[in-house]
Every structure is written in C-alpha cells, then in structure tokens.
Design a protein around this ligand. Structure first.
Ligand code: HEM
Length: 104
C-alpha cells in the first residue's frame, strides 16, 4: 500500500455518507468512518464536512495534539493539487531568463 496515494476531488466526494466518510484536512485525506462514534465532538460535525476542506473547521476547534495524533492511522492519501502550507514568499519568478542571452 502506497502512502502517497493521490485523491481527487471526485473521489473525496464519493465518501460523504455517515458510513463511509473521508475528510480533507491540511491537504491530506482521512477516512474517519470508524472514528465517527468515538469523536468527542459528535458525528454530525464530521458528516457536514464530508467532501470539502475541513481544515478550517478542524483548526477552529483548537484540537489537541492527542486529536492530531489520531489522524495518522486514518490517512488515505494526499489531496490532488494540495498546496502544502504556502509560506508567504515573495515572488521568485524569474521573469524571462532567456532574454539574458543578449550578451555583448
Ligand atoms: C479526523 C478528524 C478529527 C479528529 C481526529 C478529532 C478528534 C477530536 C478529539 C480527540 C476531541 C477531544 C478534544 C481534543 O482532544 O482536542 C475532539 C473534540 C471536538 N471536535 Fe473533533 N476531531 C476531528 C474533526 C473534527 C471536525 C472536522 C470538527 C468540526 C467540524 C470537529 C469538532 C469538534 C468539537 C466541536 C469538539 C469539542 C467537543 C466537546 O468538547 O464538546 N472535530 N475532536
């Protein structure tokens, strides 16, 4: 089993039912189906986040490190096109490197 499976939005949306639920948190997809009954915050909040990015909802609660450590075993894969926490970077795009060949 590869840990770096890439999940598409369509795949994520296929798992939105109470019995089969995937959540997208921080660019990674987790299968929370078996965790629903155990979640201290209840199953409804989880179901309502199915098929979309639950990062904000998850972070808003201020989940403990304990909660975060539960995520690992539920990992399904990475979300397609997920951007890993873009740090505020100034643009480093080299405008037109080929034009630099105009040497004297
Ligand atoms: C797989 C993802 C999640 C895991 C593993 C998880 C785990 C937990 C755990 C362990 C707690 C107990 C408090 C703590 O340790 O921080 C908790 C509480 C809570 N969670 Fe989650 N959670 C997840 C996703 C979510 C999402 C997406 C939401 C909101 C949409 C949510 C809402 C809540 C709320 C409201 C509580 C507080 C319950 C209370 O104290 O009454 N959780 N969660």
């Amino acid at each position: 089993m590869s840990e770096s499976k890439t999940i598409t939005q369509a795949e994520l949306e296929e798992h939105q039912s109470q019995k089969d639920l995937w959540l997208l948190i921080d660019g990674k997809v987790y299968d929370v189906s078996k965790f629903m009954d155990e979640h201290p915050g209840g199953d409804e909040v989880l179901t309502s986040e199915g098929g979309k990015d639950a990062t904000e909802a998850f972070e808003d609660v201020g989940h403990s490190d304990d909660a975060r450590s539960l995520l690992g075993p539920m990992l399904v894969g990475k979300m397609e096109g997920a951007v890993e926490k873009p740090k505020t970077k100034t643009s480093q795009v080299n405008k037109d490197p080929t034009s630099a060949t105009n040497s004297k």
